[in-house]
Ligand binder design. Structure first.
Ligand code: AMP
Ligand code: GLY
Length: 426
């Protein structure tokens, strides 16, 4: 069958690598894709939220399966668009509809959902300009630190952790009155600070059956030892040493099952990935957030450990047959180091020529922000440029391979963290 992947990052390169190996895959298209996906299928330069043009492309190219990577097209209703069309609705589609994508698209929606279904999460209250005054008095009586979250999508920047009440009040006003994050912060969720250590759990569901994919931990800060600004993710490991069977059982019973049951009770036929951001507080899991997609760079360590035919898994999810799939997971540890452009997550330069990728043959390279320039050279094309993934019998072993190869790959102003997984190493 002809398969279409939506997106252009390392996550989508990892999807493409897995799907291109499938016995089900005839032709693979990535929309818009990057220089890495170009070697596995055909890149299609169309805007991932231009649904009418994508629909036409799918019919012209007899696409039979679509896998959506990023949240934006989902939150904007890509599934709804396809399901409302007599021809397009026949295409198997992995990704929730607009309502399901509210899990990520609205923090207020997802907090209300968690509260309604008894899913453990931080206590919260939501404020808008109508009750801003109440919000300020709420903050005056709140314990520290205070977490403020823009309700809508804010490109990963909408969460503020305030150390003082004065700062929290000022930020709440900026978010609501000055639209600090545009209309995304017309509504603000104020929540308790959760202590503990984070991890990401990924669930694939067909609406009733589900599979729990390998867990992962991502390293969001730009600097060694988790210091400096937040980024999209500087590296990841899978599995996560503390996410043992006992902990994951709690996650399944207290969080995954009520989440799937809650979605059904709400009448949401959720088909796709649910990314559960968790805090482990001394063995007790609490949900920080849901996302309606896989994580990036977590995908770059989770997918290389999945030995199943990935297109078959995607098709089973889209057609209500996930109960027929038994996961086959590589027991080894995967680590990934993200090579980024110096200056990221703030201003950085693109278009730097990249060399030495062929020297890194014992790692898997997932392109995140790359392209071929007019001369046909491979160049950097984003803040996050390339994920260097390695497998080993321990974090130390896998990381040593990723580090060796991260050093061999060259581009001007390359920067990366060398301490991914540091808290689990002896
Ligand atoms: P998010 O944009 O929801 O992924 O949040 C960004 C980051 O903020 C999370 O990965 C956590 O590290 C942190 N965070 C969010 N909510 C809380 C909370 N209630 N307590 C502690 N840390 C939080
Ligand atoms: N790595 C975190 C995310 O994808 O949101």
């Amino acid at each position: 069958m002809n398969i279409l992947i939506i997106g252009s990052g390392g996550r989508e390169h990892a999807f493409a690598m897995q799907i291109s190996k499938s016995k089900l895959c005839t032709e693979l298209f990535i929309l818009p894709g990057n220089a890495g996906t170009a070697s596995l299928g055909k890149n299609i330069p169309i805007d991932p939220t231009n649904f009418p043009i994508i629909g036409k492309f799918c019919l012209d190219n007899t696409i039979e399966l679509i896998v959506v990577g990023p949240e934006d097209p989902l939150v904007k209703g890509m599934r709804n668009f396809f399901m409302a069309d007599n021809q397009l609705k026949r295409i198997a589609f992995v990704g929730p509809d607009e309502t399901g994508a509210q899990m990520e698209g609205s923090k207020d929606w997802s907090k209300t959902f968690m509260q309604k279904y008894g899913i453990p999460t931080a206590a919260y209250k939501t404020f808008t300009k109508e009750n801003l005054k109440d919000g300020i008095s709420y903050l005056e009586n709140h314990s520290l630190p205070i977490v403020l979250k823009a309700d809508g999508l804010a490109a990963g920047k909408g969460v503020l952790i305030c150390e003082t009440k004065e700062q929290a009040i000022k930020e709440l006003q900026l978010m609501i009155q000055e639209q600090k994050f545009g209309s995304a912060s017309d509504k603000v969720v104020v929540e308790e600070f959760l202590k503990g250590i984070e991890l990401s759990v990924f669930v694939l569901t067909d609406g009733k059956n589900y599979l729990v994919l390998p867990s992962a931990k991502d390293y969001k800060r730009i600097g060694e030892g988790d210091t400096g600004l937040n980024t999209g993710g500087m590296g990841a490991i899978s599995p996560v040493p503390f996410a043992d069977e006992a902990f994951l059982n709690k996650v399944e019973e207290r969080i995954i099952k009520p989440t799937i049951a809650g979605l059904q009770a709400e009448g949401i036929n959720y088909i796709g990935f649910i990314f559960i951001g968790l805090m482990n507080d001394k063995g007790e899991p609490n949900v920080i957030e849901y996302n309606s997609r896989m994580g990036d760079p977590e995908t770059e360590v989770v997918l290389p450990r999945i030995k199943n035919d990935f297109a078959e898994m995607m098709l089973a999810a889209a057609t209500g047959k996930l109960n027929e799939i038994k996961l086959d997971i590589d027991p080894r540890t995967a680590t990934t180091i993200m090579l980024v452009s110096q200056g990221y997550p703030e201003a950085y330069e693109k278009g730097k020529k990249m060399e030495g990728l062929e020297l890194a043959s014992d790692s898997i390279l997932f392109h995140a922000g790359t392209k071929f320039n007019e001369q046909g050279d491979l160049v950097s094309n984003g803040g996050r440029v390339l994920a260097v993934t390695s497998l080993g019998n321990s974090i130390e072993e896998a990381l040593a391979i990723s580090k060796k190869n991260a050093a061999l790959i060259q581009f001007e102003n390359k920067y990366y963290r060398t301490d991914i997984g540091y808290e689990f190493m002896g």
